[in-house]
Design a protein around this ligand. Structure first.
Ligand SMILES: [Zn+2]
Length: 204
């Protein structure tokens, strides 16, 4: 495996505190369960040196809610496994967050999607060898082979999202991040369908 999964590479200013009870985590909990079932998110001793993989987020009025760092093995996902990214600056490589768990190492990549597309409310990052290996054959847009969770990746995301094709597919792969795929949508269903539809195409 090229690079270790789940390593936080940005400057993190994280306040360890409970998230407000009023936060609606349901859509992310339901879709995470679905993606874990499909082997797109989770933790598996046979994959990526046993490190957790994949993460999901939802835009809020201020920032976004994202699954926490290294929570891949969690079965019963609760509010304490999420982090609230209040500010994220890909160029400054900085993240300001709050929660009982630090935010995903790929928070800057999610932030880049939210910054580029105001209508997007959900971002799902998954790992799929099927989609990743057949990306060019399936005409799925691909980033250049840059490392995950970095300002370079954020710039690559902005470049891809400027293309109508990427916005139409609501999906792209990350060439420098083994099996890395990212989908997005105005609703959780849109983001989920883009990912599961590509998985279906890749497996049939
Ligand atoms: Zn990843």
């Amino acid at each position: 495996m090229a690079e270790q999964e789940g390593v936080i590479k940005y400057q993190l200013d994280h306040e360890e505190a409970p998230l407000p009870d009023a936060m609606d985590i349901e859509p992310l909990v339901l879709w995470r369960e679905k993606l874990v079932e499909c082997g797109l998110v989770g933790q598996d001793p046979e994959r990526y040196d046993g490190y957790g993989f994949g993460n999901l987020s939802m835009r809020l009025d201020e920032g976004f809610l994202i699954t926490g760092s290294q929570t891949g093995e969690v079965k019963d996902f609760q509010i304490e496994h999420f982090a609230w990214v209040r500010q994220a600056d890909p160029e400054e490589n900085r993240v300001l967050s709050l929660g009982q768990t630090p935010p995903s190492s790929e928070s800057l990549t999610h932030a880049a999607v939210y910054a580029a597309l105001p209508e997007v409310r959900f971002v799902f990052h998954a790992h799929s060898p099927d989609i990743w290996r057949r990306a060019s054959e399936l005409h799925v847009p691909e980033t250049a082979p840059v490392p995950y969770g970095t300002p370079e990746m954020a710039r690559e995301v902005a470049r891809l999202l400027a293309l109508a094709e990427t916005r139409a597919q609501r999906l792209f792969t990350m060439a420098g991040h083994e099996d890395g795929v990212l989908s997005f949508g105005a609703t959780a269903i849109e983001a989920g369908e883009a990912l599961l539809g590509a998985l279906w195409r890749a497996q049939t």
